[in-house]
Ligand binder design. Sequence first.
Ligand code: ZN
Length: 609
Amino acid sequence: MTLIDPPARLRAVDVRSERQEAAPERRRLGVTFVTFALAAVALTAAADLPKKGEPPLTAQTQRSGGERPPEQLAVSFDAADLALEVLPRTRRLTGVATLAFTAKAPLDRLLLDLDRNLPVSAVAIDGRPLAAGAWSNPEGQLAIRLPRQLRAGEKVSARITYGGTPHVAVNAPWDDGVVWSEAADGKLWFATTAEGYGCDLFWPCLDFPAGEPGTVDLHITVPAELKAPSNGRLVGVDTLPDGRTRWNWRTRNPNTYALALNVGPYQEISGSYRSRYGNTIPMHYWYLPGEKAKAEALFAEFAPTLDFFEANVGPYPFGDEKVGVVETPHKGMEHQTINAYGNGYAKAIEGFDWLFQHEFAHEWFGNQLTAANWDDYWLHEGYGSYMQPLYGEWREGRARYAAMMQAQRGGIANKVPLVRGRVVTEEEVYEPEKGGPGGDIYTKGSWVLHTLRYAIGDQAFRDVTRLAVYGRTDPKPGNFKPRYGSTAEFEGFVRQVTGRDYRWFFDVYLRQAALPELEEIVVNVTGSAQSYLQLAWKVPGGGSFPLPVEVSVDGTVRTVAMPNGRGSLPIPASAHIVVDPDARIFRRSTAVEDLQAWQAERAAARPRP
Ligand SMILES: [Zn+2]
């Protein structure tokens, strides 16, 4: 996801505007007793519709990731078939989920995550209905007692019928749930986000990053005249006898929070991209009517952006499905092959839409490479954020890159290490109140990668990135699958590619909160035209930090080796020096600290509304 400003274009329908909608409806119905009674029902329904933040979620449903119960670790998730109906009048969601698992250990019950606001009305195992007492879901963890114990290697299919009022997001995508909104023509505009609270907000799943199902079939039924773009390949659209349509999609290895429902009166732009790897990739953008020219301008960014990623990272991971983007009533989210776009076609000095570019980056860093533990999500968001300056450099050169890196620098907090080295939940990463690094996984992650690239060089950085994303340095369409990664594995790839151990680098940048500090002293020798610039790294934890430092001496750049964290450079006594003139090194800056302290003071002094 993205962690910048709240969405400017949020148009979620609140209860007040819903009541305003109800009034013309009543006038149309006329004056007979029967229609008056219908109007009264409509008004009651409007008053009872869920507001933002409703219905409330249990702690279990809000939680995503963390340590898993043995029953969830004992299954591999082979496939999910999800038939979902979006019912805007009552703001309900109903579903039939058919889930296929293989037991990896003896198993006598299935333990799935599902918000209890979507009660289960029936369960069948391998086609046979279970008695009502065979399942329970008191707090958002659905326990299903199997008719008999499974042996390791045995397969099981669970058909779960459920439905109710899905949780309405307060401020998607910063918190999650469904968004009931409307397009300019008053038609339904609906979306879901689930990164923070997890997939269990609307389907029964394994709510931890490594809980990806092998394949997913989606059948999404929506009101007449609306479209439901979703993940993967479109298999077909059925028209039901009542005029509604059912959109059938098939996708593979989706990230658990990547499955997304999007419903609206969409128009579609499509085209195809001939890849440098020889394959042809379909591209689709679904947008709301009324902004065709802006939609076409955004669509025109798809192919060059795709080319950047394919040239600098590697093949688009889902070329056999599609590149898909859909306009949403929330800011954005990396929904695999159907990225959410809600940036309002904002213009920027870098000349491209950073939000589209950022969410698209997650197809490589998040959806292809998935961190198996939330503790390693800096790999998603650090790379996801680093790709915008790198694209700026690809398009316009080093000045744009430097300007975009500097724009990220000012907000880095450095209060908590990026990586804790244990299994954590999403909240423990995103919420500083719960000790998480929060926004630093974006900007600090990006700067760690920037300095790593400097330390090991462009070619090694590219190889490390490819190993992390594809598990190999020679990816081609068809020779890789989506994979799970971790910080420890990433450090191993750096060691493998460079032949050197960079633990000192990661110990400081990932496992310490504070940044390394460079001490600079100019030693003048009395009576001599020769001085010495002495440099010393001071690092939190006091370890070794042999990162070389570039120094401009009267405009000529020299590199100072820093064995044992110290180095010295003879310079003319009159020389003008600039240390690290291209800002390649992520290090402590008192200017940034002073700026942040000043901003905090001003924010505290501002009168609260
Ligand atoms: Zn992101």
